[in-house]
Design a protein around this ligand. Sequence first.
Ligand SMILES: [Zn+2]
Length: 372
Amino acid sequence: MLICEHCATSYTTETPRWRCDCGGTLKLEISACFDIAAFQERAMNLWRYVEALPVPAADAVSLGEGLTPLLPLTGPWGNAHFKLDFMMPTGSFKDRGSAVMISQLKRWGLTEIIEDSSGNAGASIAAYSARANIDAHIFIPASTSVSKAMQIALYGAKPTKISGTREDTIAAALEAAQSIFYASHSWSPYFIHGVKTLAFELWEQLNFRAPDAVIVPVGNGSLVLGCHTGFRELLHAGLIERLPRIIAVQAARCAPLARAWQQWMNDPVPVNKETSIADGIAIATPVRGRAVLAAVRETNGLFVTVEENEILEGLKALASAGLYVEPTSAVAPAALAKLRAEGGLGANDTVVVELTGSGLKTTDKLIEFFES
Ligand SMILES: [Zn+2]
């Protein structure tokens, strides 16, 4: 059942729909089951948790995504487990959401879709569309890294570069979505049900225990909502005792959710967005912002902002440990280092840092940055 988060109207999952007639975002409610003995016998990908997914295994459009390594590492951030989600088929965690969302779009019989993205989600949706024989039109800002634009084009999708801000790209996609289905990673509730597999994997990899805290970068907030949904389902099934704290990180230069958090607001606040090297989370108007703030609050979590120099320090610290990620990913270890310095987390807490995207996809941006 698809339910509007604004007016509570419900819709069947039998026909294609991406938002409520009132314009509200949709939530997908399913009853998730966990058959531990069964899934441990299955292939090492996220479809092992199929009883907790909204799509049957037989309809899965898969590139073998999921079950990425969980690596313990000590550094300026103290001790933490790093989830290497940049080792996904297209080089970003978005493959979790795309695999489940595109599987559902294929079940709906769609053959043509539109998406807008700062790069990673576009590349991911382009790849899964190729796998599903769906024509994808991907709208990206003209400033998107050359590597991501090339990746989208090579998957056979049609990248359309939009000049101006990320918000201009969203507006152009919404206009085009009047005639073609809008397969938006920020609107689709199926995308969140794919991202929630991150929670299941962390639970399994930590010997069927939840961590104390999970630190994630936040733009539209699909990682917050995915972790919240996944851990809540585990809690509801009696498989964990409490929700881990979700620590949501934004770049100080574009922090509509973190500013709202500081001001005790329930909705994202308007911000004067400045260019950030963490371009993957530079979203001024997150469509599910209210739900993201509520999810962090429910877990007794918090929001943290990091400055550009802190992001670069995080990036270099990860690289010196052997991990080459994109700057957007580096906000999470940067925030952890800050929290540990301020005593915001216990030294013995089990903390997971989500590493979202590969550095190989932003090398052109890094060269620009370090040579300027
Ligand atoms: Zn509605």
